[in-house]
Design a protein around this ligand. Structure first.
Ligand code: ADP
Length: 238
């Protein structure tokens, strides 16, 4: 099933002489369990694509569907709810709140969504556990290593039953070994059924994805094909 579908999405910022076409008719799908990397030079529209996919911004034309539902037809409230419940973000600098423990950071999105504190905490601990961080649940971000902070950020992005994980240069501030770790963790989240879309400028990291989409001047200029599944071995020879 497609968790994210972008159909002919265009985005224009500004008007008249100041008009900028950030995206031109971009179509792209990300299925359950799939990890897609988005690459392209600076200014090619990668961040715009990610914010539109995360329903933080509306396209000028085209359609965005999350979990099969068209976002364009939703009320602002419904869209906010969808964002809170289904979409997780990993930011470049992780954006953990220094005054909250790891567990509190991870369960915060659930509490903001009205989940009772006890259930939110349990779900938060489960997400930390999946990332091997349960014993650090009571630590504050300043007492965690850089690698542990990344993992808390990823736990926060997948807590509850978030189905879409969006990451903008999640390894931007990290050395290459840590960048690989982040991608491996995102990959593992996808293996548990999450659909992932990651912007990166690093081809080595993009190679962790099932598919790489290349943007240039707001257009998809190339796309690697999805890896052939095991069933391809069973296909009869032509
Ligand atoms: P990338 O992430 O690949 O660097 P962006 O999506 O940030 O590219 O930007 C694509 C184009 O849209 C750029 O020309 C940028 O200047 C423009 N742009 C992005 N956001 C805005 C905005 N809020 N207002 C005006 N122009 C914008």
């Amino acid at each position: 099933m497609n968790v994210l579908e972008l159909l002919g999405v265009s985005k224009v910022y500004g008007q008249g002489p100041a008009e900028v076409h950030a995206l031109w008719g971009v179509s792209l799908t990300v299925g359950e369990g799939e990890l897609v990397a988005v690459m392209g030079p600076s200014g090619s529209g990668k961040s715009t694509l990610l914010t539109i996919a995360g329903t933080l911004e509306e396209p000028t034309s085209g359609e965005v569907l999350v979990g099969g539902t068209s976002v364009g037809g939703m009320s602002r409230n419904d869209r906010a709810r969808l964002r809170r419940r289904s979409v997780g973000y990993v930011f470049q600098d992780f954006n953990l709140l220094a005054g909250l423990t790891a567990a509190e950071n991870v369960s915060l999105p659930l509490e903001l969504d009205g989940v009772a504190a006890k259930s939110a905490r349990e779900l938060g601990l489960r997400a930390l556990d999946e990332l091997g961080l349960r014993e650090r649940a009571g630590s504050f971000p300043d007492d965690l290593s850089g690698g542990e902070r990344q993992r808390v950020a990823i736990a926060r992005a997948v807590v509850g039953d978030r189905r879409l994980l969006l990451a903008d240069e999640p390894s931007g501030a990290l050395d290459s070994a840590n960048g690989e770790t982040v991608m491996r963790l995102i990959r593992a989240a996808c293996q548990r059924g999450v659909a992932g879309m990651v912007v990166t400028h690093d081809a080595q990291l993009a190679s962790w994805a099932d598919r790489v989409v290349f943007l240039r001047d707001g257009r998809v200029v190339d796309q690697t094909s999805p890896a052939a599944g095991p069933e391809s071995l069973l296909a009869p020879n032509p």
